[in-house]
Design a protein around this ligand. Structure first.
Ligand SMILES: [Zn+2]
Ligand SMILES: [Zn+2]
Length: 369
């Protein structure tokens, strides 16, 4: 599921979803896959070794997106970075980790407050009541702030009260309308997954950070050095980077992904600076929040997109272009350089997000300035 997608696979997977994606609101663009086949738990993640006792758990695409995790095995326990959108996904990964080591999960580190990176925390707390949950101070605050954005306890409540019931109703309508049997089956699977997700969230137990970091912190974990870095605002105002200097690996959450970036809770200009600071660390491989394991060289491409996007929006705004004009013009202008590299997976593709990205930069950079 999570090996590089061929064009054909992508089209097959997207199916009817491709038509629906433009009607989704920006929140859903981040999170929902309108139509995906259900697979066994063991296929939710592919554990890929990136160093000695160090693994990237690459998430397969699901109706509610799961993030990647980093799994760090130490002499006396395991540290897991990020915990997906639901406890059942975290439990599935825990089962896979148990195939590598039976040592307890000592710590979960959350890279930021978005729903798909922390809502599974409780699953690890169930396995170890002494579990430490580590995040930046700002992320801890965002997890309880009503207006934080796309994550936190208030967002769980919003999903249960209104967002998911609406999504479920839409899926039911789409199932009714579907004439192609294959598309219908995929929609039915998505509907099942959406209903199961809602049930899980109804019994959600918020498992918040027990320890926070504001700048940098070095953990000496069972013979391993794990550095935690807050390098500035970016994808959110609390992004945390997890850096293993000996292994030369960094886990970035969504501050660096293999999809188009999601800007709705972001600080676009700060983000470019934060990635420049990240680049100064000596690493070779990246475990991104979504997509596959990346070489450091990919960072310049991702940061280049953000910088070019900001410059293009500023220029177009200076010329008096309307939002609609900008979305069309900039989408086409940046496409030769970025469309292919930003459209490797069925989710988070260039054309799905460029319009909202332009809108967000206009709102956050130009209009605020
Ligand atoms: Zn994410
Ligand atoms: Zn995110």
């Amino acid at each position: 599921m999570n090996r590089p997608w061929t064009r054909r696979q992508v089209l097959a997977q997207m199916g009817i979803a491709a038509a629906a994606v433009h009607t989704l609101d920006p929140h859903e663009l981040c999170c929902a896959v309108p139509a995906y086949a259900q697979t066994a738990d063991k296929e939710l993640f592919e554990l890929r070794k990136v160093g000695d006792g160090l693994y990237a758990a690459i998430a397969a695409t699901r109706y509610k997106v799961n993030c990647n995790a980093a799994v760090i095995v130490t002499n006396d326990g395991v540290v897991v970075v990020d915990s997906h959108s639901k406890p059942s996904a975290a439990r599935a990964l825990y089962k896979e980790i148990q195939g590598i080591t039976t040592k307890p999960i000592r710590k979960v580190i959350n890279t930021h407050f978005h729903f798909d990176h922390w809502q599974g925390n409780e699953a690890y707390a169930e396995t170890n009541p002494g579990l430490e949950v580590v995040a930046s101070q700002r992320t801890k605050e965002n997890l309880t702030r009503p207006d934080a954005g796309l994550g936190g306890i208030p967002f769980v409540e919003k999903q249960v009260a209104s967002l998911l019931p609406a999504e479920i109703q839409k899926l039911k309508d789409d199932v009714m309308r579907a004439t192609n049997p294959e598309a219908k089956a995929r929609l039915e699977s998505s509907l099942q997954q959406a209903e199961a997700y809602l049930q899980e969230l109804k019994s959600f137990k918020p498992t918040l950070p027990t320890r926070t970091v504001s700048t940098t912190m070095t953990l000496q974990e069972g013979g391993r050095e794990i550095q935690l870095h807050v390098l500035g605002r970016g994808h959110t105002d609390g992004d945390l980077f997890i850096y293993l200097p000996r292994e030369k690996v960094v886990a970035t959450g969504d501050a660096f992904i293999d999809w188009m970036p999601f800007l709705n809770d972001a600080y676009p200009e700060d983000w470019v600076q934060t990635l420049t600071a990240l680049e100064k660390l000596d690493f070779a491989q990246v475990i991104p929040g979504h997509g596959t394991v990346l070489p450091k060289s990919q960072l310049a491409f991702f940061r280049g997109y953000l910088a070019d996007l900001i410059a293009a929006v500023k220029k177009a705004a200076g010329e008096g272009a309307s939002l609609e004009e900008m979305q069309k013009k900039i989408g086409d202008e940046l496409a030769p350089k970025y469309e292919r590299g930003m459209s490797k997976y069925p989710l988070g593709q260039y054309r799905d997000r460029i319009g909202v990205n332009v809108e967000m930069v206009l709102k956050k950079v130009v209009k605020k300035a």
